[in-house]
Design a protein around this ligand. Structure first.
Ligand SMILES: [Zn+2]
Length: 273
């Protein structure tokens, strides 16, 4: 009896842990609301470094995109979320922030295989001054050292028709630390430079670090972007009532397939995000 109740207690504890961790009981968000997924890198983890959550392994990424394709999801570009056109149920928008080289070498082959598409929130100036630092006192520059896409690689991606460009500021700026004039320049430059370099204007925008104030969202609209995505976790009701503040589902390099599927369903990870 004692052993049984101990075992029962352990099982109940495990069940409670799973419930809290995965929140499987949370109802699914309406399937008419598109799922916007946020990725950074698709590559193997670097042992002992800080940002492996931003590194989804090629095997995990392949499993995720295949699962979406096999479960009836339609892949859309971010521009399609804001165009006013109707969308089918179960839409998913894959987004990649910053412009890492592995988006071409590791993610693109999976997109090709699954007939999928993705939106690339590309930092305009990825050479030299590109910084991953949110604050000046952050000493490490782990993300700045990751290989970035060259303009020619971006052209190759655009030519495949599997990728759409989005703006992510000129220098990966923390907008909250800039004057209004500087912030506007970072945002408008992200819009205008791509027309010259890639013969395409980026229809939508992603806030670097997810940091912005209401006036920055207004600037994004004034600079010609039709919508913007944040790093707030969730799935917004669609059509959007606040198209310059659209949350995304963060895909972590540590996610299991179960965690991934539950977040597609509910938008958040467990009780936190
Ligand atoms: Zn970024």
């Amino acid at each position: 009896m004692i052993v049984q109740s101990l075992l029962g207690g352990a099982a109940a504890g495990t069940a409670a842990w799973i419930s809290l961790r995965y929140a499987w009981w949370r109802p699914a968000r309406d399937w008419r609301f598109p799922r916007v997924l946020m990725y950074h890198m698709v590559r193997e983890h670097r042992p002992g470094t800080r940002f492996n959550k931003l590194r989804v392994t090629p095997a995990a990424f392949s499993r995720q995109v295949r699962w979406l394709a096999e479960n009836g999801f339609t892949f859309v570009f971010a521009s399609q979320l804001f165009s006013g056109d109707s969308l089918p149920e179960r839409c998913v928008c894959l987004t990649f922030d910053d412009g890492y080289e592995d988006n071409l070498t590791n993610a693109d082959p999976v997109l090709a295989e699954c007939d999928a598409r993705a939106t690339l929130y590309l930092v305009t100036d990825r050479s030299g001054g590109w910084s991953s630092k949110k604050k000046a006192h952050h000493a490490d520059d782990e993300l700045a050292a990751e290989p970035k896409l060259t303009d020619n690689q971006v052209r190759e991606m655009l030519a495949s028709s599997r990728w759409e460009l989005g703006g992510h500021t000129q220098t990966h700026a923390n907008l909250a630390t800039l004057s209004d004039k500087e912030a506007r320049r970072e945002i408008s430059e992200a819009h205008d430079a791509f027309a010259e370099r890639f013969q395409t204007q980026p229809p939508t925008f992603a806030y670097p670090f997810g940091i912005y104030r209401p006036e920055h969202a207004a600037m994004v609209g004034e600079c010609g972007f039709s919508g913007a995505v944040t790093t707030e976790p969730g799935i917004a009701a669609w059509p959007y009532s606040a198209p310059l503040n659209v949350p995304r589902i963060k895909v972590s390099g540590n996610d299991t397939m179960l965690a991934f599927r539950l977040r597609i369903r509910g938008g958040r990870r467990g009780l936190r995000s």
